[in-house]
Every structure is written in C-alpha cells, then in structure tokens.
Design a protein around this ligand. Sequence first.
Ligand code: ATP
Length: 623
Amino acid sequence: METPSVTKSPKTSSKQSDDASKVRVVVRVRPFLSSEVLDKSKNPICCASVLDSEHGFNDEVAVYLKDQFTSRKECYKLDSFFREENSVNEIFHKEVSPLISGIFHGCNGTVFAYGATGSGKTHTMQGTDELPGIMTLSMSMVLDMCEMSGSIAEISYYEVYMDRCYDLLQPKDQEILVLDDKEGQVHLKGLSRVSVSTMSEFHQVLSSGIQRRKVAHTGLNDVSSRSHGVLVIVVTDGSSPVVNGKLNLIDLAGNEDNRRTGNEGIRLQESVKINQSLFALSNVIYALNNNKSRVPYRESKLTRILQDSLGGNSHSLMVACLFSFSVPDYQLYFFDPKEETPKEKIDMESKLRTWLESKGKTKSTQRMGAFGSPLPSKTPLSTNRSVKKQSSCQSYTKTKGCTDQGLADGRRNLFKSGAPVESSIEMNGLVEDKYFKEDMATTWKASLPEPKASFEDELKKEKPICSPSNNSGASSAIRALHNSLRKVLSPISNNSIMRPFEHIMSKDPICMVFFDPKTPKASHVLTSEDGEGFQGTDTPLDKYNIRSSSLKSSLVHEYLDFLNSASKEELLKLKGIGQKRAEHILHLRETTPLKSLYDLEKIGLSSKQVNDLFRRAARGIFD
Ligand SMILES: Nc1ncnc2c1ncn2[C@@H]1O[C@H](COP(=O)(O)OP(=O)(O)OP(=O)(O)O)[C@@H](O)[C@H]1O
C-alpha cells in the first residue's frame, strides 16, 4: 500500500517545458440555483459574461465581470470560458484529456478547482452519481489507456487540512509526513496507493475517502470543504515501481471572507489556513506564468507537495469557479455607513494633517482631503444569507460525516499551538522541514503587479489585456479572480467576527478594539444637533470620556481612510509601516478596503501589532 518514493524528475530546461510550466486558466461559471434565494423578489443579476468580440483569439477569451452594486467592471483574458450550460464533460474533453495522455509519457498533470466557497469546485471535481466530475471522467480515461498500453493505475487520496496532510484512504486519521530527499524531491511518507483496475473499484475507494474528508457547515456553505482534497492517479508500466506520470486532481477548499462566513474558533483557524495556502498557490502560479526565476513552492504545505506537479514539464490547469450571478443578498462590500461626527472628524483631519505636514507628508494630507472616505456607503439589503445547499446523500457529494463538533473534536489536538515553527525532523535520510510559520502572510510577496484593469480602460486600449505569447494575462486573472471571487462573487453574510469589545461599541465596529473595557458604557455618539450636547450625562468625567471616545473613533476612521487611499510612499511615511507592510496593505485594500483595524490582521499582524501600529500613529500626532 505504501507509496514507493520513486518518480521521474520533471525536466525543466527546454523551451517547450517553459511553456508547459505555465498554468492554463479556464473559468467555469456555475448556474444560479432556484433554491438559493428565499426572497424571490430579488432577481439575480448576471455578473460574468463573455466579450464576444475578443472571443476566439488564440483560443483565449475575454471575460467581463460586472457588478451593478459597486459599478465594478473588469475584463480578464483567460484561456477558456465555460458557461452555466456547459457540462463538466465539455471541460474534461477540451481541457483535461490532453493532460491524461501526458501522464503516459512521463509528464505530470495537475487540475485544480479554485474559487470562492460555494462556487462549484466540488461539483466540478468530484461531481455526483448522476453528473460525474473530472475525477471520475479522468479515471475512466486512464483505465481505458491502461488497458491499451498494459500500464497499471493506482490512486492515492489525501487532504491538506490546516497545513497537515492526511491519508483519506486509511481508516484511521493517518497523518502523512512531507519529506524532502537530498535532491530536493518531496515525498509523502506513508501515503497509501491503491491499485485500481475497474471503475467500480475506483468508486468504492474514492467514496470511502470522500466520507473521511473534512467538511463542515459554515455561514456560506452548508457543506463546505475545510481541506484541499487531492486525488492522485499514478501510472506505472507494471514491471517496476517507477512512476511514469501522475495526475493530481484537486478540489481546493474555497476562499472565505470571514466577515461574511461568521467563522469563529476552529472554523476561523481553518479559514485562515485555507486562505493562506490559496494565496501561496496563487503566488506559485504567478511566478510560473511570468517566468520568475524563483517559484515560491515552499510557502505552504500544499504548494510544497505539488512542487513536482506544478511547473517543470508538468501541465497544469486551473478551473476557476465563479458565480455567474449576483443577487442583492449575495453582494459583498456593503456595510452600514458609519455615522459621522462631522465636527470631530474635521478636527481630527486637521490634527492629522498638521502632524503629517510636520513630518513633510503633505501629499498624504492632500490625498486624505481629496479622497474623503473611500469606503462604500451602501447598506446591506438583507442581513441574512439565503444560500441553501441541496442536501444530497449521494456517494459523491460531500458528506457531513465529520462536521462541526465531530470535526472539531477529531482535530482538537491540532489547534493547541498551531504548526511547529522552524524545526525539522530527520527520518531515513529525509527531512521534514517544518518551515511553516503561523503568519504566512508575513511572507507575502513584495511585488504583486495589480492585474486589474477597468473594462473601459481596456476597451480604450483596444488590445488584449495580456500578450498572447505568454500566459501572464491568465496569471493576472488568477490574482484578479482570487480577489474577484472574494470581492464580488461570493455570497454575503453580514456576520462579522465578534471582537472582545464589540458588545460595548457595537455602533462603531471600526473602533471597537481600541476601547478599553473601562471606557464609558454609554453610547459614544451622543452629540446633539449642534454636536455639543450630551444627553443624560452631566459630569465633567462623563463628558470627557465621551469626547475622548469619539475622538478615538474619529482618529481610527481617519487612519483607515488614510490606509485605504494613500500611495505606497505615503504609507511608508507612517510610523510602523515598512516596505512589506505597505505592500501588503496596498494588496489587501484592492480586495476589500479596510473597514476596521482588525482587517490589518489579514496581512499577518496580530491584534497586538495592529494595536501598536495604530497607537504609534496616534502618538505621532502629539510628537
Ligand atoms: N454547475 C453546477 N450545476 C448545478 N449545481 C451546482 C453547480 N456547481 C455547483 N452547484 C451546487 O452548488 C452548491 C455549492 O457547490 P460546491 O459544494 O461544489 O461548492 P464549493 O466551491 O466546493 O464550496 P466549498 O469551497 O465551500 O467547499 C452545491 O449544492 C452544488 O451542488
């Protein structure tokens, strides 16, 4: 059962392999399910469409994403586009079958479904009994080819959960060690490999693995994959254990925006790991598709494991799953407009301006003045998420065998102190590099070119967004989709992550973290019409407390405005913001403007660091 540690090394030198190393990017749009909107009065709005005028050029396609609620209009060049009415079969025949031929000729192949939670990744990869997914279709073709060539097919099935790898074909929760040999080849120590010669054997083995995969109910998906599931189909010639080639079929866990999922505790930790590893994957794809000399495989367990299947002479396909529609309840980006206290806002602006000017940061102040708040001001139309998943118990649908508490209990040991940091274990000459740091975000790459181009801009230029000679447009699209999937097309849940002092400052989530429990319990916005009166509070201390609370609130607001609108140079001039942080902030705000100081945690800062950062900025005012 154990995987022999022998694979052919990917070849990397030829021009051909340069092209092969690029990741082909196709989009699959999933249909709107009638079960998804409870309020039928809210009609879905199409938000992904194809620009026919661009279609057919070098087989690429321009996809136009729009969102009526945010006037977002973007256009991305992709390798192919599959509409709602296109079946998995079509994707398989056009995109996947060429990769399968390759594994019989020494090339590895990788197909992964990428997208926001609920966008149809599992549906595409795993499928159902009635609508077989890419995994089943691939296995069927591999078996046919084995029969013709006398080769043997074997499968492994594992999941990467919280940056640990588990064998799904073992009855027990068997952790697999990821080890490097002296040549830098990665080995999955102890991973099962099961010989498969018929489709019924395959179904049996795969469904037992699917039962073990970790899924859970989240605020955005009733049965959400909490791990990346990797099915590996290995082909050998039958006479030796040397692997001819292998095909990785990956159902990635979905991007999640935790202000919408309402994830807490374990779900939140899972989600952080999911997002980090997806980000690492997007960095790898970006590096491959832009011929970067360094490909950052080692930034997550997932990319490290896939090192020999992404790049080199491996052929990779990313199926980016999108919602084609958008309905008011699903829209992102909406939150209650923050009530302003204009007088104090102006005061704080002028204070900040004075401070910045004193530091020679006049551009920042102009920008702050000119931009005002970049934050959207629409109010959510509904506070409830209305997605309902069809509950099917078919063998190939996600099962809830290990959901919620069950999953939490089963994995409790994993969450005590996070992954080990910078230690290594040696075993049979193989080294497990436990490099992974809790805050992967601190390793975010510095120069991520922004792929976004407005639709209008692109039309003005009247030329393809990416050069047809390389696939950088596709890699840009990956980044854009990484953003887009989260930013525009994911369902919305207004559940935000509850913070320690939220109950105290629930009217102003922006500043909740900075209010100590001892700040006055009365509402902090108690100004009368002229902004001066204080209802129900008379003592000087009450007034002082209320004023200072409002002041803090305004300052936080100003600070966030600044972070959302300042240039990199301007950000660098603030205390506590260096090159890396500035770049991370710029990247982050492209996805979602910062609404709360807590959003800074998404760039890898702890709440203490966020606190310190703000305090340093605030202190600067009085320097
Ligand atoms: N092309 C499709 N046609 C019909 N139904 C679909 C399609 N794609 C997805 N669905 C349905 O949408 C729901 C969500 O799909 P799925 O579970 O595959 O999403 P996911 O991207 O895997 O989510 P997560 O990342 O949370 O695991 C399911 O009920 C699925 O059956």
